[in-house]
Design a protein around this ligand. Sequence first.
Ligand code: ATP
Ligand code: MG
Length: 658
Amino acid sequence: MSPDPSGTIKSVLQEQRVFHPSAELASQSMVGSLEAYRRMAEQAKTDPDSFWGEAARTELEWFEPFDSVLDWSNPPFARWFEGGTTNLSFNCLDRHLNGPKANKTALIWEGEPGDVRRFTYRELHAEVCRAANALKALGIGKGDLVALYMPMVPEAAIAMLACARIGAPHSVVFGGFSAEALRDRLVDGEAKAVITADGGFRKDKAVALKPAVDAALAEGACPSVTSVLVVQRTKESVVMEAGRDQWWHELVSAQSQECAAEPMASEDRLFVLYTSGSTGKPKGVVHSTAGYNLWAHLTFKWIFDIRDEDVYWCTADVGWITGHSYIVYGPLSNGATTVMYEGAPRPSKPGAFWELIQKHGITIFYTAPTAIRAFMKSGRAVPDQYDMSSLRLLGTVGEPINPEAWMWYREVIGGDRCPIVDTWWQTETGGVMISPLPGATPTKPGSATLPLPGIEAEVVDAQGEPVAVDEGGYLIVRRPWPGMMRTVHGNPQRFRESYWEYLRPKDGSFIYFAGDGARRDGDGYFWVMGRVDDVINVSGHRLGTMEIESALVSHPAVSEAAVVGRPDDLKGEAIVAFVTLEGSREVSDALIQELRVHVGKEIGPIARPDEIRCSDALPKTRSGKIMRRILRALAAGEEVKGDTSTLEDRSVLDRLRA
Ligand code: ATP
Ligand code: MG
């Protein structure tokens, strides 16, 4: 696909509310004012080598110092911190053992049935060393890819850190994926081993995992895989294949709790992670050791303005990049206390999340807009039953957040007191790129605000030229940054074409294009408008889907909305909205009409949906993102083509068809 020559997207949403950091927060924060943020950003821009070099030297431990900061002589293939050697597992564990952090809680884990396990930094280090020695005993060494197909148990984090410790890149495959999706990823990555579990607990049931591994490996489908390590969680019976499968608790507990971290070259491959698949065939995104470590570390520190006493919880799954960077690596690299939860809110316990916050005194809570909209749908009576006064900061990630959901999050969960960090980033970027800094950046509901220091994000047209204020266009990044992906596994050409050659400015420079559309307002704030592939062209006006969806969600009857275009002879495209209603509301012609009028009033007649379809659910990926590609096919009355293996619930598709 090539860019639309008109290049711009019309913006229709106007959101005027602004929330300033309190003076108290500003005075206690690492970056305490907008001026301080601007100074950092300016310094990073004028002398990026000193900025990143200084950060890498002061924030990470090195076995061998690096000689150069960035080698960009062969764009878009960047090389950061060459000559240096370090280890992510060392930076997350060993370096905290010589001081008071040794006995600080590193990880609090709660299982769905309510079982709790805690690890101090010293204890986590010992577990990781044992697991690392177990991998070595299986013949896994530096450079061998290890796939993880795990429930949310501490062993998932331990296994990741163990892989990093011995220099074996991991490829975490979300535990909700099917055997076929797992097999594709094992084959593509040529995995040598799989770490899994008998199963995990999800919505009050034991959900098996091991049978999917057996199915993926059946009939020699993945010849590279020589061993499978199985964590016992549910204690349901599983088939263990002799010579291939071993129990974690037997092999790992027998190992020594000392295992030196392997010195890794900065650019050594750290992990492969397949993108969530909202748009098409998953890509194996490759990240490298030092740059990723630095970016996960720095962004976590800046965005959450982390303090020693914080108890931090991110609700993502370790199968997603958010789980990698902001459950495991960012928090541990900073010596923070990170919480991991196996379960989800469920009919038997709709307040599961709020109970966890109350019970563990969680101070920072990071979740996704899709979860927030689900909480809104079930009403504030649920969270209102819990004491969440420990919270001081809230975050969101994964999708644009509608201003309506943002306000609800702030008022109901944050007690009107906690700042919200809306963090824009991707699997490919390794860490957050655009986000407020809590003590510095005034926030506006629905805006990810400003790029982090060192990130030169911009909105441009199809020629790579900056667009005017408030005009929508392509969200791009001008310069390399340490956490950027290095390549697509096994397909450097795809990396080059998908991310760096989609837009080529006249001066021949390389700019990273992320797939998203955005606009910047008069304050330079970014408003992510969704993916450019989702833009709808109505009578020559290119409209982002996000704004129309936000208008729909701002109606009290609507809990969630997804908007797509349908080919239309007259207008080019007609707007079709798929809507789920609040619990108690019934569909009627009058309500549909009311919604159309509401959108017209909120953002103008051009955005009024031509058709509104109500359903009880929308098709989402397993990471909770709406798959508009599927809705587009349904709206046009076409067959749904392409990969649907990442769909959370296939029955939604059948119900929408009917
Ligand atoms: P695929 O690339 O396979 O289609 P994906 O893009 O959903 O999957 P991720 O890397 O997990 O996989 O998600 C990144 C995308 O999520 C971004 O490109 C953007 O569209 C969206 N996103 C993430 N955070 C935000 C945010 N704070 N505001 C707006 N959009 C966001
Ligand atoms: Mg993507």
